[in-house]
Design a protein around this ligand. Structure first.
Ligand code: ZN
Length: 340
């Protein structure tokens, strides 16, 4: 009961990449960089296991950014000539690559870190991929001229990699779709359908993570404009509830999401965000257990997974480690409180 998991990313150690940045520069290259990525992946597996988490991830140590890590392995994209583009409905500017030709995978994208992680943990292994709609919102289109067409093309490539990750022994494949909270109507109209193309044929557990973004200033400022009640999920959850995706990761603690919106996910496993990624203050186990208790009003016990609100990539390593501990201790307390 109350399995614990992280949304996906964890901070990169200072010897791997620049710290506390969303698009950090690597500190080495070639074989040396590959070794550093492997070492960082192993380090975080150990830390997650020591904290007592039930679902382990690679912490996204082998990719610079959660979207570009995938896109770098796609043919038809010009990575040499990035352009500045407002992303997430112009919330902030990013340097994005351009789609210039039909999309095709160059080969496997995440085999290295997925196989490494699988070889080093016996616990459930979750692996994250960016969702099609979020990818489309993080690249500049100079070829397709149609968002939906391009999203479906990316979904086919994601599906190819997801099936290969499943063959690598991954237990849960999670697609990250922060864009669902920005373009809610599009998400309901075609975003969920694209997600199902990406998940087609998978027999492992499938998940989607929808959040209000990393704890960076642009996101914190944006949240200030969303008012007292954040109802973005209300438009997307019914479409997800009808979909084949099995788990949904959402923000809860310190968010203004009305918790009753979780009811819209009947039948799904709900990864409830009990750890705030926009604050360095470490949650107490009591706070974590309280948030689980709140969610239990709307989510059956057997469907509740305790999770972080989003990735921890831009945080300091110390804070992230303390938050993983708080997550595990809080879930343990919740099992005592609500177990019987
Ligand atoms: Zn997130």
């Amino acid at each position: 009961m109350f399995d614990t998991a992280i949304a996906g990313s964890l901070p990169k150690p200072a010897w791997l990449a620049e710290t506390e940045k969303l698009w950090p520069q690597w500190k080495s290259q070639g074989a040396e960089l590959q070794q550093a990525k492997a070492d960082a992946t192993l380090l975080w597996i150990k830390v997650q296991e020591d904290a007592g988490l039930d679902v382990i991830g690679d912490g996204e140590q082998a990719r610079q950014h959660f979207v570009h890590g995938f896109v770098e392995q796609v043919e038809g994209i010009d990575f040499e000539h990035k352009v500045t583009m407002g992303i997430r409905n112009n919330r902030y500017d990013a340097q994005v690559p351009q789609v210039v030709a039909p999309l095709r995978l160059k080969g496997r994208v995440h085999a290295f870190e997925a196989q490494l992680a699988r070889a080093h943990t016996r616990k459930k292994l979750k692996f994250t991929l960016p969702g099609p709609m979020t990818i489309v919102d993080t690249v500049a289109d100079r070829f397709y001229g149609d968002k939906v067409k391009m999203a479906m093309a990316f979904a086919e490539l994601l599906n190819q990699e997801a099936l290969a990750l499943q063959a690598d022994g991954v237990d849960i494949i999670q697609f990250d779709e922060p864009a669902f909270n920005v373009y809610m109507q599009d998400a309901a109209d075609w975003g969920v359908a694209a997600l199902e193309v990406a998940a087609r044929g998978l027999t492992c557990t499938t998940a989607v993570h929808i959040c209000y973004g990393y704890g960076i200033k642009a996101n914190v400022d944006w949240k200030q404009t969303l008012g007292e009640e954040w109802r973005q999920y209300e438009q997307v959850f019914p479409a997800l509830a009808r979909s084949s995706i099995q788990q949904v990761s959402l923000e809860c603690f310190h968010s203004h999401v009305p918790p009753e919106l979780m009811q819209l996910l009947e039948g799904k496993d709900v990864m409830v965000g009990v750890i705030d990624v926009a604050s360095d203050v470490i949650e107490t186990p009591e706070q974590v257990a309280d948030t689980i208790g709140l969610a239990l009003q709307y989510v059956p016990k057997k469907h509740l997974i305790a999770c972080t609100n989003c990735g921890l990539a831009p945080m300091s390593r110390e804070v992230a480690m303390a938050k993983l501990d708080a997550l595990a201790k809080g879930a343990a307390l919740a099992r005592q409180r609500y177990g019987s």
